[in-house]
Each structure stands twice: as structure tokens, then as C-alpha cells.
Design a protein around this ligand. Structure first.
Ligand SMILES: Cc1cc2nc3c(=O)[nH]c(=O)nc-3n(C[C@H](O)[C@H](O)[C@H](O)COP(=O)(O)OP(=O)(O)OC[C@H]3O[C@@H](n4cnc5c(N)ncnc54)[C@H](O)[C@@H]3O)c2cc1C
Length: 680
């Protein structure tokens, strides 16, 4: 077994196994090689290549790293990004053309750095997934040179959508771009304080280029929001150009290595060709031309071209959940507190059912989320071109699933991170155990790439629209085919809670039921007497929190469960592995029923809820001998884990090593004499 572990987990090859490691890896019963291989296959090989490159490029960074000056930290994130790309050029033979042709896959793989250094991966994502992708999807032949320069990092880009006054409501941004036909240029202005572009990653100190969203005006008439390519810094001097006032956004709750900046334009001119003109242009006569005449529709095309960031955030959210729970599990398998039996050795905290119930279901849920997100990435990479057309059904499907996934997974991730950090006691609070950076990223994941509450509303709309389509006899999306035209009959669960397929039927019933209940509430409010009747908007807003959003949450659980059932098929020739992986799924989805008890109440009795709780306790107990083996089968670099989470399972040794290596550990304070100045 040791040999098998070593072959898949390179970190093990140089370890002298600790007692805890040896004990924990001698108890699991599944086929490690099979499980580790299937998990690994969920992501492209390049993802792991990036991880191993970052491990190399990253060497030499000590535990005092977070104490670096902000500017040094920021330059360091850039250097790490550049060195990783250079190594990929040399070792993998990738080039600009490959990056441009495979931008989604490339960005997905660069996320391999995400939990090792969140600032660096944020810089990559802003540059490649927002800036470069805007050039690729919204630009044309005339922007090709910029596209290549972006791909090979000759230019570093920022992305300017958000303003001080408007984040989620992009259509109302106030930055203006007035067209001047005499000089063939656009004049950019930030006419108000609220129109200052704010929060832009890479802008404050490092980028030379920016894509920015602004209202296009032609002869005084507003043509709506358009996207422009804007040079902001002279690369010879690194000074910003006149007309671009650039500043730093100040300290944040985290991600100090990212230079988020703000910019105020004052009569700043850019050539007319800097309009990203895939969907519209100004012709030689100075007229506005577009194959998509309606402003709203054109805006939708611009936004659709940038989708995908949601999957990026969800994927990062699921990784944070996995890293947090894996750290908590490995630590708990080593940590002893109190003894169950008087006079006996202290008990490992992971052997307390209380501790198991706190962490193991969270690990199980994170695992199932990770599986389904990797499936969505595969879909996204395949469908990316179709997504440029928002009226394409594939685009709508992707919008529904990715918006729901981003919101729900990043919400879960924040909760999972918090519980995992608490479960490590004081160790969880030490910077050396990585919870600080993980938590800050889990936090901001809920806000950027579409604020969660704003985003999930879009999934609510699409789900309800598909139901309406079905009622009208129109085609619904495949993912909505579980909906029935008539309200489902009362349903008493008679299957087995320990059968994932039975659980899937239960979730399907409730996902359908929740949509019907939502429709019933809309209808009831629409049919009220005139004086009580609410407008369509009021009805919509009234039911979002308690009815529509839970509806999407159940829909999403059903969706991820379907993906997980599909994943289990890979183990059909490995019964023991299938059994263990099934238990992981059961634990994740049964514990969720307890969380959603209100929704399931109609078909599950109080006694059955108690039965589910018993099952969760038993599943934790049954998975206890498997769980550390499972954490080792997840192919995440050891660098993503802090001292107490490393696969060596020597938490005290690793932790004290880092503590002692932290600069200043043994220094006395410079002004120590002051300590003796008391006059009392
Ligand atoms: C670290 C960081 C980096 C960022 N990087 C970039 C970047 O590189 N480029 C860029 O363009 N932007 C960037 N952003 C901005 C980010 O995309 C926005 O913060 C995000 O879109 C949310 O917008 P907002 O902050 O204006 O919040 P708002 O949209 O004002 O939302 C505030 C609150 O109001 C609620 N709300 C909004 N609308 C409704 C509604 N209709 N109904 C009910 N509630 C509502 C939201 O749920 C939220 O809780 C970054 C932000 C951060 C924090």
C-alpha cells in the first residue's frame, strides 16, 4: 500500500512517515490508485504541471512571507506569474497562439496556483480571463497585435467594469466615451465621483493596458455600454498618461499582493480603433453600425463574452473548501485532547463523533461540488464559442448552472472554511496554517465575478422561465426536463436513505415541487383583489429570499448529485472503492437534507429526519478509517497546505519549524528599554 501511495503522491517519497501517517494509511479499504487516478483525471494534466512548476518557482519563500512590505508582495506576485509562464513556455512548449486558442483551458490550469498564492492567481485571472479574453471575444482583426502581446505578457492588462457608484448594475456605469469624428477618436471622461473606476486588479501599480466599460456617445446620443481598449501607462517610464489619474484602492481584508486601483479619466483620447468592435463599430462616415440594433441585446452579447469567471470563482471556492477540510481532518487525526477512558492515552479529536460530525460532512459536500464543477469546466471549454451568442440555448443553460453554482458553492465555501478553521482551535488562527489567506479569498469569492445575491436571481429567472416554456408546450433545457407540468402529488419517501439513487429521486421531487410552489405563490399574489394586488416586480422581489433562492439551491444540489452519480460509474469494476465513494456522496447529501429540513418536511417525517441524523453519525464512523486516505487521494500540491495540514502529518514538527523560521521569532524589540520606564 505504501508503494501505491508513493507512486501517486510525490510528496511521500522523501518522508519518514510519522506514526500518525502510518496508522492512518493502514486503515483504508478502497483501491487508492484507482480513486486517486479518477480524481486526478477530473482536471487536465496541465493543471498539475502548473502546480509542480509553482512548487519549484516558489521555493525559498519562508514563513515570514506575509510580513513583506505591500509593494514587495505585489511585485513578488507578478514575478511568480511571469516565472510560471516562462517555465511553461520552456517545459511545455506552449506559445502565444496556443494560449489564445486555449484561453479557457489555460486559465483553468493556472488556477493550480490559486490556493498556493491567491494574489498571483488573481493577477493571472484578471489578465487572462478578463483582459485577454475581452480582446479575444470582443475585439477583431485590428486588435490582434494587442491580443498576442497580452498572451505573452508583453502587456499586462486590467479590467474596468466596476465604478464607485455601480458594481452589479453594469448597464448604469457613468464613464463616458464621446466620439469625435474629426480626430477619429473617443474622449473618455469620468464626469462624476461615482463614475471613478474602482477595484481594478493590476491597475494601481503594474498594468500598462486596460479594457474599460463606458457609455458610447455619438453626436450627443447615448448608444449604451461599450468596451474600449485603453493604454494607461507609458512603458518606458511606467508613468500614467495625462488624462488618466490612477490611484491605489488602499488596504483590503486580504489579497494584499494584488494592486487594486482606481482611475479617473479627464478628456483622455483614444483612437477610434480602440473600440472592441466585434458587435458594433463606427464606420468611415462616422456612423454607428451594429448587426444587433437593440441596446439591451447588444449589452447581453458583450456580457456573455465574459462569462466563465463564475466557474473560475466556483472552482476556487470548492478548492478552498477541500483544502480547509483536508487540513482540519489531517490535524484532527494527529491532535489528541482528553481521554475517553481514565488512565488511557488521550483520544485523537477525529475520533470524537462531535468532531466527525462537524468536519466530515463538509469534506464530503466539498468533494461532490468539486466533481461537478470540473464537469462544468469541461462543458464550458467545449461550448465557449456558442456562449458568445446569449440567445443560444447552450448559453442559457450555462448561465443558469454557472450562476447557481458560483453563488451556492462560494457561500458553502465560506461556511466550510469557517468551521474548518475553528475545528483546528488556536492552530487555525495562526497565519502559518493558511486559513487567513484561504478565508479572505473565500470571502471575496462571494462578491466578485457577480455578487452572489445578484447572480442567483438570474438562475431563479431562467428556471422559472423554463417552467413557463414547458407549460406553453415549448422546448425546455435538458437540465430542466425533470419539471412536470402538473404539481407533483404528495410524496412520502419510501426508498432507502442509504441508496444514492433513491436520494436523487427525493431531491428531484423537491426540486420540481419548489418550482411549483414558486409558481403557485406568484399566481396567488397576481390574483389578489385590485387593492391588494402587487406589481410583477413587487411579487418577484417579495418571494426571492424565502422561496425562489431556496428553489435554486435544491435545483443545484440535484444537479451536482447527478454529476456525482455519473462519477461513481467510473468505479463499477472496483466495488470497495465504489462503496467508499458512495458513502462520501451519501454523507454530503444526507447532511444537506438536515440543513434544508424545512423544504423536505412535506415528504420526510420527523422520525425520518432522526433516522437521517443516525445515518450521518454512522457514515462518519464508517468513513473514519478511510478519510485520511481519501485526503491523500486528492491531488493537491502539499504547498497549498499550512504546517498542520501537510501530508507528512507531523503537525507539531512542521508548525514549530515554521514558527522558528519566521523572521523576528527570537529578536528582542528594538525599544525594549521603554518597557522599564514605569514610574509606579
Ligand atoms: C478584491 C476585489 C477585486 C475586484 N476586482 C475587480 C476588477 O478587476 N475589475 C472590476 O471591474 N471589478 C472588480 N471588483 C468589483 C466587483 O466585481 C464588485 O465589487 C461586484 O461586482 C459587486 O459590486 P459592488 O461592490 O458595487 O456591490 P453592489 O452591486 O452595490 O452590491 C452591494 C449589495 O447590494 C446587494 N444588491 C445589489 N443589487 C441588488 C438587488 N437588485 N436586489 C437585492 N440586493 C441587491 C448585493 O447583493 C450586495 O450585497 C473587485 C472587487 C473586489 C472586492
Amino acid at each position: 500500500m505504501e508503494k501505491t501511495l508513493n507512486s501517486l503522491n510525490p510528496m511521500q517519497s522523501y518522508l519518514t512517515p510519522s506514526e500518525d501517517y502510518t496508522r492512518e494509511t493502514s486503515t483504508f479499504t478502497f483501491d487508492f490508485e484507482k480513486v486517486a487516478t479518477e480524481i486526478r483525471k477530473l482536471r487536465p494534466e496541465l493543471f498539475y504541471k502548473v502546480q509542480s512548476i509553482v512548487e519549484k518557482v516558489y521555493q525559498g519563500r519562508g514563513p515570514g512571507h506575509h510580513m513583506m512590505e505591500k509593494d514587495t508582495l505585489r511585485l513578488e506576485s507578478n514575478k511568480l506569474a511571469i516565472n510560471t509562464i516562462n517555465a511553461l513556455y520552456e517545459e511545455e512548449g506552449i506559445n502565444e497562439q496556443w494560449i489564445i486558442d486555449n484561453l479557457d483551458e489555460f486559465t483553468r490550469c493556472l488556477m493550480g496556483t490559486g490556493c498556493i498564492n491567491a494574489s498571483t492567481s488573481t493577477k493571472y485571472s484578471v489578465h487572462y480571463f478578463l483582459y485577454t479574453k475581452s480582446l479575444k471575444n470582443l475585439g477583431t482583426e485590428r486588435h490582434k497585435e494587442y491580443l498576442y502581446r497580452a498572451a505573452n505578457l508583453t502587456d499586462l492588462g486590467a479590467f474596468g467594469m466596476t465604478e464607485l457608484g455601480h458594481g452589479s448594475n453594469v448597464q448604469s456605469v457613468e464613464t463616458t466615451a464621446h466620439y469625435d469624428h474629426d480626430t477619429r477618436s473617443f474622449i473618455l471622461n469620468s464626469p462624476t465621483d461615482t463614475s471613478i473606476k474602482f477595484w481594478l486588479g493590476n491597475l494601481a501599480k503594474t498594468c500598462s493596458m486596460l479594457v474599460t466599460f463606458a457609455q458610447l456617445f455619438l453626436n450627443g446620443e447615448c448608444k449604451g455600454v461599450h468596451v474600449f481598449l485603453v493604454p494607461v501607462r507609458d512603458k518606458e517610464t511606467h508613468e500614467s498618461f495625462e488624462g488618466c489619474l490612477i490611484g491605489d484602492c488602499g488596504d483590503k481584508l486580504g489579497l494584499q499582493g494584488v494592486d487594486n486601483g482606481w482611475i479617473k479619466f479627464a478628456d483622455y483620447r483614444i483612437h477610434k480603433d480602440m473600440l472592441l468592435n466585434k458587435f458594433c463599430d463606427i464606420n468611415e462616415e462616422g456612423e454607428y453600425v451594429s448587426a444587433i440594433p437593440k441596446d439591451n441585446k447588444r449589452f447581453a452579447y458583450h456580457m456573455a463574452a465574459l462569462s466563465g469567471g463564475r466557474v473560475l470563482a466556483a472552482s476556487n471556492g470548492a478548492d478552498i473548501s477541500l483544502i480547509s477540510t483536508i487540513t482540519a481532518l489531517r490535524f484532527a487525526a494527529c491532535r489528541r485532547q482528553f481521554s475517553r477512558e481514565k488512565g488511557k492515552e488521550e483520544t485523537h479529536i477525529l475520533d470524537y463523533p462531535l468532531h466527525q460530525s462537524r468536519i466530515m460532512p463538509l469534506f464530503a459536500k466539498s468533494f461532490t461540488e468539486m466533481v461537478s464543477i470540473q464537469g462544468i469546466w469541461d462543458d464550458y471549454s467545449k461550448m465557449s464559442d456558442q456562449l458568445l451568442d446569449p440567445s443560444n440555448k447552450a448559453g442559457e443553460y450555462f448561465h443558469l448552472v454557472s450562476s447557481a453554482l458560483k453563488a451556492v458553492v462560494t457561500w458553502n465555501s465560506y461556511e466550510t472554511w469557517k468551521e474548518s478553521r475553528l475545528s483546528c482551535g488556536g492552530f487555525g488562527f495562526s497565519f502559518l496554517n493558511h486559513f487567513s489567506e484561504l478565508g479572505n479569498t473565500a470571502d471575496v469569492n462571494q462578491t466578485w465575478e457577480g455578487e452572489n445575491f445578484v447572480l442567483i436571481q438570474q438562475s431563479c429567472k431562467i428556471l422559472l422561465k423554463n417552467f413557463a416554456n414547458m407549460i406553453r408546450g415549448k422546448k425546455t433545457m435538458k437540465t430542466c426536463e425533470f419539471l412536470t407540468p402538473d404539481s407533483p402529488d404528495d410524496y412520502i419517501f419510501e426508498g432507502s436513505f442509504l441508496n444514492l439513487k433513491d436520494l436523487f429521486k427525493l431531491y428531484t421531487h423537491h426540486a420540481n415541487k419548489c418550482v411549483h410552489e414558486s409558481i403557485a405563490k406568484i399566481q396567488a399574489d397576481s390574483m389578489k383583489e385590485a387593492e391588494e394586488r402587487l406589481s410583477r416586480t413587487e411579487i418577484w422581489e417579495k418571494h426571492l429570499f424565502y422561496t425562489f433562492i431556496p428553489m435554486v439551491k435544491i435545483y443545484l444540489s440535484r444537479y451536482t448529485m447527478e454529476a456525482y452519480l455519473h462519477f461513481l460509474k467510473k468505479f463499477k469494476n472496483s466495488p470497495k472503492s465504489k462503496e467508499v465513494m458512495t458513502k462520501v456522496g451519501l454523507l454530503g447529501y444526507l447532511s444537506e437534507i438536515i440543513k434544508f429540513e424545512g423544504i423536505f418536511r412535506e415528504s420526510i417525517s420527523k422520525e425520518q429526519i432522526d433516522e437521517i441524523k443516525e445515518h450521518c453519525i454512522t457514515l462518519c464512523k464508517q468513513l473514519r478509517p478511510e478519510i485520511i486516505g481519501l485526503t491523500l487521494a486528492v491531488p493537491l500540491s502539499d504547498k497549498v497546505f499550512g504546517s498542520i495540514g501537510k501530508s507528512s502529518m507531523k503537525p507539531y514538527y512542521e508548525f514549530m519549524k515554521s514558527v522558528k523560521e519566521t523572521p523576528g521569532c527570537f529578536d528582542k524589540p528594538k525599544e525594549w528599554k521603554y518597557l522599564y520606564k514605569s514610574k509606579i
